[in-house]
Design a protein around this ligand. Sequence first.
Ligand SMILES: NC(=O)c1ccc[n+]([C@@H]2O[C@H](COP(=O)([O-])OP(=O)(O)OC[C@H]3O[C@@H](n4cnc5c(N)ncnc54)[C@H](OP(=O)(O)O)[C@@H]3O)[C@@H](O)[C@H]2O)c1
Length: 210
Amino acid sequence: MEDNAGIRNKRWSLQGATALVTGGTRGIGHAIVKELAELGATVYTCSRNEADLNKRLLEWEKSNLNVLGSVCDVSARSEREKLMEKVSLAFHGKLNILVNNAGIAIYKKAIDSTAEEYASLMSTNVESAFHLCQLAYPLLKASGAGNIVIISSVCGQIVLDDLTVYSATHGALNQLARNLSCEWAKENIRTNCVAPGPIRTVMTETVSPL
Ligand SMILES: NC(=O)c1ccc[n+]([C@@H]2O[C@H](COP(=O)([O-])OP(=O)(O)OC[C@H]3O[C@@H](n4cnc5c(N)ncnc54)[C@H](OP(=O)(O)O)[C@@H]3O)[C@@H](O)[C@H]2O)c1
């Protein structure tokens, strides 16, 4: 009997491909890192918590998965620049896949949302994705076949209570993906947006019993 991974790997492979996945230490990002690495890609990931990151890197190493990583707060412009320098160095200036996954949620009524919360959501969820796409552009182009995946949310299309600002960030991400998919297609950079519904992760378990 062949397991699912065996069957999948026979159908197609990412052997030789390079990927950057932001926020890979838990939840959706963790699953993406694992999937890409199991398909043969070398993956670079980041998060803010160094202990969590090191724990994950050790686990992946024990599973013979090629995953590198460093601490980065993607809400800070200078840290994003440093991250991309490290990625470029690790992957010799070529990146096949950028997954903008890192994000935060703040559950608040619109009227109660503070300026600080608004700024934090915008810089972490939207500005980081836009700037990382800009920074990755030369690396994606150099790979000859670049892919950008932006993790958005169903909240970018429908109304859920107490998520007005969070949802606005995802509406922006959806449109960012539409525009980049046209603007950079001629460079052979494909851009897609994935907009999941509720998934049981740390982000959701703190607010609702899914
Ligand atoms: N879960 C859902 O139901 C759902 C549905 C639709 C869309 N999404 C989207 O999917 C993405 C992942 O969500 P999730 O549920 O997997 O969240 P999660 O469990 O909270 O994981 C978030 C990951 O991103 C990292 N991260 C958060 N802020 C960061 C920052 N400023 N810089 C670098 N890394 C950061 C976290 O590590 P550190 O905290 O250590 O930095 C962690 O690795 C988010 O963009 C979210 O909006 C989630």
